[in-house]
Design a protein around this ligand. Sequence first.
Ligand code: GTP
Length: 400
Amino acid sequence: MATTKGVILVGGPSKGTRMRPLTLDCAKPLLPIAGKPMVWHPLASLAKMPGLTEVLIIGFYEDSVMAGFVKDAKREFPNIAISYLREYRPLGTAGGLYHFRDSILRPPCPQNIFICNIDICCSFPFQEMMDLHSKHRGVGTIMGVNVKRETATQYGCIVSDPSSLVVHYVEKPESWISNMVNGGVYLFDKSLFDEIKVAMDDKAARAAEDPLVQSDEMLRLEQDVIVPLAAARKMHVYETKDFWRQIKSAASAVSASSLYLSRFQKTHPELLAKPSATVLAPSYIDPSATIDPTAKIGPNVAIGPGVRVAAGVRVKDAIIFEGTSLEQHSCVLNSIVGQNCQIGPWARLDGVPEPEDNKGKISVTVLATEVTLAPETLVRSCIVLPNKTLSKSYASRVVL
Ligand code: GTP
């Protein structure tokens, strides 16, 4: 069986700004989604692939930010090597791959390399991509997703022929060309590095002639590598019919969490809370959380470590971060409650699910770290910054 490796591109502190205020205290790849750090989801799926020997997580966070996760992951997935490689500065989605090519290609040298963006949630159909890739043996297979025509131009758009060959790729085109978009998951042959080298040399040649083009290691996988690969008919597309969602905004974390919780019903039922009259499936409750038996939890709820849920509380479609306390008869719907918040008795947090084409309107309520809500307050579709104490009700605003 051919050796395979996985790369997860996690970006760095200057990325994921739309995740604020949650990313003020927690790096985006480590935000809890369905009770697990965001980066755990692609990693757990990669670890199941036959022939996969190693996963390299590439980003520009300090090593110390990712060290705890990598240590835990090595223990949880002992059959594969796992490491974090830090870019000295943001090198773009292809620059980092190229910079660390020796680490990726070191023995056992992989024939195939899966590459995943961190900011998407899907079922990671790696085996299906591998089956298609093994048939066509082009340089790469991209996971395509069908989206609504109105939203397609927000993504990298793919035009393919009936044999799955990509004939045209445009990153965020000005006008509509296709409903099939780049889902942020790829499978490449190791010859990807030859193609990136061509793109690097091309950029260096342009930089020599044009002072506006910087001569550095920064390179984008989508525009600088996949566009020419598509033009040279070297890319194929595997269209997933399963769920797919971007995780760009704090609000989108709630829908991603729900989708992963539903998936856990098939893939990791042992992680989910046992359904009962007061716990509705699918829900995740950390074993260290304390839940009053009269509280009603779920569906689509993820409750973190050390959370205390008092009598008569209602929680639905929500993520509750570590150390938070929901006092008696409080209600949390369509919301994210950050670390160590105090939700007073009879207080209510709610919002509406994020629409697919969310344009600026606040939908889901998001409380950052250490926010306190006084008893009986109502907070609807708000973003609340850290360390605030709210003693009155708010709606549809950012509370600074
Ligand atoms: P936006 O809509 O502007 O967010 O663009 P996009 O959806 O194409 O996303 P973007 O290219 O910013 O990021 C795609 C993925 O690559 C994400 O998982 C990022 O975390 C990751 N990423 C982006 N830039 C870098 C980088 O310089 N280095 C590394 N290692 N990862 C990156």
